[in-house]
Ligand binder design. Structure first.
Ligand code: 7TS
Length: 422
């Protein structure tokens, strides 16, 4: 389906440029690797994406030419490092259409971003009688920080259920929502099911009861357009490594009014304006939330990753992946005993499945012998496994550099698995 028609997407009507996946692949050196005597077939991008040469070069160039600490020195290198670091923050701002750069906090990734919101925004505000509303499809990163917060404050966790196809049941969500709800924390796209949630609608429902909306964008930013002003979410967390950038870097978007009212959650260098042993004055956001020397090279690399995505066009990426979703869904349907877990109408190109009577780890091991990398297990979404009554699934997830051939290889591999076990 056209992402422009999805709730929460942009409304551009120009058809996306078609994407030449073979040319895109050439930009990813790791895809030239052999696994044994087979070419690598990488189908684990939901865990982490591979990195294009431009991102690798940006990180190397940073270390080769301008490595220095930021915000501190008067010397040339420090000034250049600061410009590169802050320049990358501005790229993130533009990429998600935040109103200003002060709304972008550098973090280690989605997990840290959500913990920051829970501990800084949540801990000083929540108490007994307050509720935090999640959905069944959340990643542990969007569950455990809220459980910790509830333990600390006496607030209660509530869960909105999902249907048999892995869609959020919006009517049920509305029933659980009440004026006790202070936080609604929902994933934009599910890593275990692929489901894409109607974020704009969810945010509006949260706001109608006076709750803030925290969006886990880990599985969204490399696949669909994200416009935080259009979504009107209060917080949006995402990871560099899931969108062609380095590991150990991510961004938290927060509306400025929230950041200005939030206390720091970690103390240290770079987050203060004045320190004495009697008292400390904190910096303005976003620096108040960035204690210690940050991952400067990571930020620069994430900026280069944004350039990579923008260069291809997020709509073109989305269209390419929808083609793969369609092809993969049809081809996997031919495999004996295969059941897809997650068949929502609004879905990203994640294929979570079980093969009747065969443990997912055995599937993963046999595929690995053919050079095919998929993920098996609970995908850090154990409540999803419990919901579908499976201990684990096998998951193939695609990105811009995947082709139909990769999915055909997967199907051939699964046929070998079936021959081996049946
Ligand atoms: N939220 C979602 C929806 C995710 O898929 C992940 C990581 C996270 C949060 C955490 O992101 P991090 O960068 O802070 O670790 N998901 C996966 C996965 O599906 N396989 O490995 C990691």
């Amino acid at each position: 389906m056209n992402p422009a028609a999805r709730p929460g997407s942009d409304t551009s009507i120009a058809p996306p440029r078609a994407l030449d996946a073979d040319r895109v692949r050439e930009q990813f050196p790791i895809l030239r690797r052999q696994i044994g005597d087979r070419p690598l077939v990488y189908l684990d991008s939901a865990a982490t994406t591979q990195k294009p040469q431009s991102v690798i070069d940006a990180v190397s160039r940073y270390y080769e030419e301008i490595n220095s600490n930021v915000h501190r020195g008067v010397h040339r290198l420090s000034e250049e490092a600061t410009n590169a670091y802050e320049g990358a923050r501005k790229k993130i701002r533009t990429f998600i259409n935040a109103k200003d750069w002060q709304e972008i906090v550098w973090v280690r990734g989605t997990t840290e971003g959500i913990n920051l919101v829970a501990q800084s925004w949540g801990r000083s505000r929540l108490g007994k009688g307050d509720e935090v509303l999640l959905t069944t499809m959340e990643h542990h990163s969007n569950i455990v920080p809220w459980q910790i917060l509830c333990e600390q404050t006496g607030a209660t966790l509530r869960i909105a259920p999902i249907g048999d196809d892995g869609s959020l049941l919006l009517e049920e969500f509305e029933k659980v929502l009440s004026d006790r709800t202070r936080v609604v924390a929902v994933t934009h796209a599910s890593n275990a099911l692929g489901t894409v949630n109607p974020i704009r609608e969810i945010v509006a429902l949260a706001h109608a009861v006076g709750a803030v909306a925290v969006i886990d964008g880990a599985q969204a930013t490399a696949h669909l357009p994200v416009d935080v002003r259009d979504l009107d979410c209060d917080f949006y967390a995402f990871s560099g490594h899931k969108m062609f950038g380095p590991t150990g870097i991510g961004a938290l978007y927060a509306k400025r009014e929230h950041l200005e009212a939030m206390p720091p959650w970690m103390g240290g260098g770079d987050m203060i304006s004045m320190v004495t042993f009697r008292e400390t004055h904190y910096s303005d956001p976003p620096f108040r939330f960035e204690a210690g020397t940050p991952n400067i090279a990571g930020a620069v690399g994430m900026g280069a990753a944004v350039d990579f995505i923008t260069g291809l066009g997020i709509d073109a990426i989305g269209a390419h992946e929808r083609g793969l979703l369609e092809h993969g869904t049809a081809r996997l349907g031919e495999v004996e005993g295969l059941r897809l877990i997650g068949t929502a109408p609004h879905k990203s190109a994640v294929f979570s499945f079980v093969l009747e009577g065969i443990h997912p780890h055995d599937i993963g091991t046999i595929l690995d012998r053919r050079g095919i990398a998929i993920r098996t297990g609970h995908h850090c979404a154990q409540p999803v496994m419990q919901r579908f009554r499976v201990p684990a699934t096998a998951r193939a997830s695609v990105s811009v550099y995947n082709t139909r051939r990769d999915l055909d290889d997967l199907v051939e591999g699964l046929e070998e698995v079936n021959r081996f076990f049946r």
